[in-house]
Design a protein around this ligand. Structure first.
Ligand code: UDP
Length: 410
């Protein structure tokens, strides 16, 4: 059997003041026709990353409105997750190939998990490539099947995609962050639905400026001095090295500026550890660069505090599926600078709800502009928050799922 994830509670009514009465009413109306439907989400892990972040909120919300919703995680050991990590990188463009033997490992685990999958569902939503083979192995376990892709498939390693295609194209519907992530050859049942953050979770709930400053001080940040913050995994595509370079350019003009680089670490991610070391070497002992991670006790509340306290939130990615950290920063009303890639331009309308940049120099220039012009910073922050509120919060995502269920005749 797959493992059921234990969930907390959420009440849709609590979101009314944020999402607006109309959206909540639309959700309730859609939910009426779906009362008691058995919905199963399946993913590879309940810890870390955007998928679990989303499911911890969306599944309890589905329950709150009357669906019989569950979340199960597949079973896998190191050999399987080594292959799926490679697959993940490869589908996002890494040229390294997956060997026949590795594909066999992938297929064997999918077949085993399909066998252990509970049955009798109205709809199963399979998240990401790791469990994508479940449908092919056990179609009888649910009346409907949907595949939800959370990664950027716009320039994949063609060999890997070709082997995945028969698995993913057979789903009745597939759901993507953006149109350009949908591979050629999937035309039926395509839905474009960007992800969302939970405005009431500890990571995103309102924190008073005093509380945010108090938390930051405990990590050696001086709340009286300007702060640039980037929250992201230690990954070359998130470009923390470029953020340090931009900070150094800013410091030439504003010497009191500080930088916080906050990144969660996974014990099973050797690449992350190596890149953390490179980042630390690049920071070169500068006491005003704080490189922090979950092993320093940085959890959701701390991420909230750093983002809330920052004078400029940065997400200088070179590649980005969507960038939930951008949504999190915008939602806190902070002026945000993001790399002009992937899902970031959906969230940052350049000069309106933040700034888009394509180089270290541009990142530094925009940071200086924001630090020198608090009115501009405030204006962008306010518009950014409104943009996030309208488009990227959990109730909208819930509504979109209900519409999909409704259209499929779940
Ligand atoms: N995150 C976190 N602590 C960290 C680094 C990241 O909680 O030290 C969270 C971050 O707040 C966001 C998620 O991990 O909710 C990362 O999602 P995103 O879409 O930005 O990037 P991904 O890591 O999925 O590429």
């Amino acid at each position: 059997m797959l493992q059921e994830v234990a969930l907390g509670q959420r009440s849709l009514a609590d979101y009314t003041h944020i999402a607006g009465k109309d959206l909540i009413a639309e959700i309730r109306e859609l939910a009426e026709g779906l009362e008691g439907k058995r919905v199963l989400h399946v993913s590879a892990t309940a810890f870390g990353g955007g998928v679990s972040e989303i499911l911890y909120t969306i599944v309890p919300l589905m329950r709150d409105i009357g669906l019989d919703a569950h979340w199960h995680v597949i079973l896998g050991r190191e050999d399987f997750f080594n292959v799926t990590k490679l697959m993940h990188n490869s589908l996002q463009g890494d040229p390294q190939a997956i060997s026949d033997q590795q594909w066999e490992v992938f297929e064997a685990y999918n077949a085993m998990n399909a066998q252990g999958l509970a049955d009798g569902w109205d709809v199963i939503i399979v998240h990401d490539p790791q469990p994508a083979g479940l449908y092919a192995n056990a179609p009888e376990k649910s009346r409907h099947w949907v595949w939800r892709c959370h990664i950027d498939l716009s320039s994949p390693n063609p060999e890997t995609l070709e082997r995945m295609m028969p698995l993913i194209s057979r789903y009745e519907a597939s759901v993507w962050h953006m149109e350009q992530y949908v591979p050629e050859g999937i035309s039926e049942g395509v839905r474009i639905v960007p992800p969302a953050i939970d405005p009431l979770s500890p990571k995103n709930m309102a924190l008073s400026p005093e509380d945010a400053a108090f938390v930051c001080e405990q990590f050696g940040i001086d709340p009286e001095r300007p702060l640039i913050c980037q929250v992201s995994r230690f990954d070359p595509w998130k470009d923390p090295i470029g953020v340090i370079d931009a900070y150094r350019l800013v410091r030439e003009e504003i010497p009191e500026v500080q930088l916080a680089l906050v990144g969660s670490m996974a014990t099973d991610d050797p690449e992350g550890w190596e890149f953390l070391q490179q980042t630390l070497a690049h920071a070169d002992g500068d006491p005003d660069i704080k490189v922090l991670n979950n092993l320093n006790n940085v959890g959701a509340i701390e991420v909230n505090a750093f983002q809330s306290q920052a004078d400029v939130c940065m997400q200088k990615s070179i590649r980005e599926g969507f960038g939930l950290t951008v949504t999190e920063a915008l939602w806190k009303g902070r002026p945000t600078i993001g790399g002009d890639v992937g899902g970031i331009p959906l969230q940052i309308i350049d000069g309106e709800s933040g700034f888009l940049v394509s180089s270290v120099e541009e990142a530094a220039e925009r940071t200086l502009q924001l630090l020198r012009d608090p009115e501009l910073a405030k204006r962008l922050g306010k518009r950014g928050k409104e943009h996030a509120r309208k488009n990227f919060l959990s109730p909208r995502l819930l509504r979109d799922w209900l519409r999909i269920f409704d259209d499929l005749g779940v």
